[in-house]
Design a protein around this ligand. Structure first.
Ligand SMILES: *Cc1c(COP(=O)(O)O)cnc(C)c1O
Length: 439
């Protein structure tokens, strides 16, 4: 288990003021609801920066200049976030032309971007090369040949990492486990495909192999998972060095450190976890007589998740005698599909005051025409009335970026709070916006 920090609330940016009202990043929530409307995505910029620094400082301590942190920007991708990552001196992972375009629009230096995806189209490859994306994280052999061909046409010798599957089961949800041999991502070490793709990469004139990558999954709470992963990867790097004379200069061991969504879950101590990983990697590299490559970590969720909160207004409240109480809110699976996708746990709190002793377990549901449009079951709530506010915590990762327009519902705005000052960074989508694409 990763060392943990104990805390009463999910995260220290959640508090209640003297009237009992819930506050986020130091601001009471009801005035924000009045100003910006609901549903509303809120971000705590100070928290994001604090997390970036925790990662960067821990990597610096562990590896000196030989450590690097990349933000896996699929977790939340909009201009302001890339600006923060640039200012905090992190690299980024991108997975599509849309993310590349957004990072570019934010002035993010794309030479520090790593382009992922298990299926990059020729158009994606051209777009990324023309925008000067620093590295491609290559998933498969077919992609290598495409990069070599397209790079050749443009006089580009593209820097790449190869994505490998180390055969590690991270003991997380099946939907977010990616490091097992049977995965749509990467080339497996166990089957010999990793070695084969390395040979191909080394043989191609327009491919500049810089090292290897893996990512075994998300919501990982055991440091041991990273140690076992690092062991498999370092052993592979040493094997390639011994048999091919090729020395990797970069080794990316992925992201995935877990996040606390409910009180029952631990708060991972990121600095302690990285210190443990660092000590292990240095010892293992020494045992293998391997010059240490630059070590990369690529967290997404743990940089931004608890820096986010979603605010909703309650509408219909339905008691079904002998069954349960449904509390409907003005959002749902369109702004948070994660319970519908894989039963993700959340903490949902009443904004006005603590739930107290009279609380009853309720199903908090969305407004979509879909029975599965549930945000969470068994949420202890006081009697709720139309117009009351609810806050869903820890929604900074995989919410705005997963939002949809199902049922023609416009997406909520994003408001960033910095030093107790709120600023709109993405306006609320309107129904007219939805018509704009129709010709
Ligand atoms: C999603 C992803 C990450 C980040 O995972 P988190 O759980 O958000 O930290 C890192 N690397 C790759 C390749 C990913 O696909």
């Amino acid at each position: 288990m990763i060392n943990t920090i104990s805390r009463e609330y999910i995260c220290e940016n959640i508090t209640r003021d003297e009237t009992g009202e819930l506050c986020f990043a130091g601001l009471p929530l009801s005035p924000l609801a009045r100003t910006y409307g609901t549903p509303l995505y809120l971000y705590d910029e100070d928290r994001i920066r604090e997390r970036c620094r925790t990662y960067r400082e821990a990597m610096q301590k562990a590896f000196g200049d030989g450590g690097r942190v990349l933000y896996a920007s699929k977790a939340a991708s909009f201009r302001r976030l890339y600006e923060i990552m640039r200012e905090e001196d992190l690299g980024v992972d991108v997975v599509s032309c849309g993310e590349i375009c957004t990072a570019n629009a934010a002035g993010f230096p794309l030479e520090n971007a790593y382009f992922h995806s298990n299926n990059k189209t020729d158009a994606d490859i051209v777009y990324a090369m023309e925008h000067g994306v620093g590295y491609f994280v290559v998933d498969n052999e077919e992609e290598l040949y495409a990069i070599d061909r397209i790079g050749g046409e443009r006089g580009i010798r593209q820097k790449v990492l190869l994505r490998l599957t180390p055969g590690i089961d991270p003991h997380t949800y099946a939907a977010v486990a990616t490091g097992k041999v049977d995965s749509k991502f990467g080339s497996a070490i166990e089957t010999g495909q990793a070695e084969a793709i390395t040979d191909v990469a080394l043989s191609l004139a327009n491919v500049n192999l810089c090292g290897f990558h893996c990512h075994v999954g998300s919501q990982v709470f055991e440091a041991d998972v990273f140690l076992r992963t690092a062991n498999v990867m370092l052993t592979f790097v040493a094997h390639i060095y011994q048999t091919r004379g090729y020395l990797a200069t970069q080794l990316d061991i992925g992201g995935g450190i877990g996040v606390r969504y409910t009180k029952e879950q631990p708060t991972p101590d990121i600095a302690a976890c990285i210190a443990e990983i660092g000590a292990y990697i240095k010892e293992r590299a020494h045992e293998l007589s391997l010059p240490l490559p630059t070590i990369l970590l690529e967290p997404g969720r743990s940089l931004v998740a608890d820096a986010g909160l979603t605010l909703y207004t309650v509408g219909t409240v339905k008691h079904i005698p002998g069954y349960k109480t449904y509390v409907s809110v003005d959002g749902g699976m369109t702004d948070n599909p994660r319970f519908a996708l894989y039963g993700a746990p959340y903490t949902i709190l009443p904004v006005a005051a603590e739930a107290g002793d009279g609380a009853t377990p309720c199903s908090v549901v969305g407004r979509c025409c879909e029975s599965g449009d549930i945000l969470q079951e068994n949420v202890p709530l006081p009697p709720m009335r139309r117009g009351d506010l609810l806050a869903c915590l820890t929604t900074g990762a995989y919410h705005y970026s997963m939002a949809s327009n199902y049922n023609r519902i416009p997406r909520p705005p994003v408001v960033m709070i910095k030093n107790k000052t709120a600023q709109l960074v993405i306006r609320r989508e309107t129904v007219e916006d939805l018509l704009h694409l129709e010709v």
